[in-house]
Ligand binder design. Structure first.
Ligand code: ZN
Length: 279
């Protein structure tokens, strides 16, 4: 009897210990997505709010921010949007707009300096994705000539007013046709949200502790425009913009995601900026 009991006990303890001793099981419990940094990619003063919010505050100026987001994943770094060009940092009065209704951008901190502070070199960035090709989002794409660009085909091939390509033809690119799971584990997903531009995209990020975030790009510019479904008159397609906003709302409900709006200054004033980070 005693011998039989000992054998059973040994078998049980062996079964319990086996998973703990197994290296692959331990590796699986480590999250692939580690952290997200919010970077200051431009500070602006816009001349006329009604340009973004039709019928609201005509002729009234307001402050705007421009955010970039650096994501650290076990497979490599991913940069979402590249902001206003760092060249603006060297201009004593920033970059005044040609049209005074638009945004006067200043660059108190360069993207380069913020990456340096984190110990991240441009060559360390595996992927660069931009929400769309307006200048305050693609300003520093060529700081990362080796990084794989993740852009919707509809945006890449959208004819530009100057008749030249929106990206350097030699820049490595993956042209997307819809949503894209960047690391293959569902932690970072590009979401197709056309309307502001033909190939506009947003980003769903699932952080291990913070939870799910939906980074808007310019699918919406301010919380008030989101709440009231206001569409800027400059958007290329109003119906597609509305459909994209509804899709975003559905995804937020499905994933219990917070909406982080790229240009919304009051919202970003409440966020931690790099070198602090979200896990
Ligand atoms: Zn834009």
């Amino acid at each position: 009897m005693r011998t039989a009991r000992l054998v059973v006990a040994a078998a049980l303890s062996g079964a319990l210990l086996a998973p703990l001793a197994s290296a692959p099981a331990a590796a699986q419990s480590k999250p692939g997505l580690e952290r997200l940094y919010v970077l200051d990619c431009g500070q602006g003063r816009a001349g006329d709010q009604s340009r973004w919010s039709p019928g609201v505050n005509a002729g009234v100026s307001f402050d705007m921010v421009d955010s970039c987001y650096l994501i650290k994943h076990a497979q490599g770094y991913f940069l979402w949007d590249t902001g206003v060009t760092d060249a603006v940092a060297a201009l004593p009065d920033g970059q005044p707009p040609a049209n005074p209704a638009m945004t006067h951008w200043r660059k108190p901190k360069t993207l380069k300096a913020q990456l340096e502070q984190l110990g991240v070199a441009p060559a360390d960035i595996k992927y660069v994705a931009v929400s769309h090709t307006h200048p305050d989002h693609v300003g520093n794409v060529e700081m990362f000539p080796q990084s794989m660009l993740l852009v919707q085909k509809a945006e890449y091939e959208w004819p530009s007013p100057l008749g030249v390509g929106r990206f350097k033809p030699e820049h490595p690119v993956t042209k997307l046709a819809g949503d894209h799971d960047v690391f293959g584990d569902g932690s970072v997903t590009i979401i197709s949200t056309p309307g502001h531009t033909p190939g506009h995209q947003s980003l769903l990020v699932k952080l291990p502790k913070t939870g799910a975030l939906l980074l808007s790009g310019d699918a919406v510019h301010f919380k008030d425009n989101w709440d009231n479904r206001r569409i800027p008159s400059q958007n290329t397609d109003k119906e597609k913009t509305l459909a994209s906003m509804q899709r975003m709302a559905d995804l937020m409900a499905q994933h219990k995601a917070q909406l982080w709006i790229n240009h919304d200054k009051p919202q970003r004033d409440g966020q931690k900026l790099a070198p602090e980070f979200y896990e």
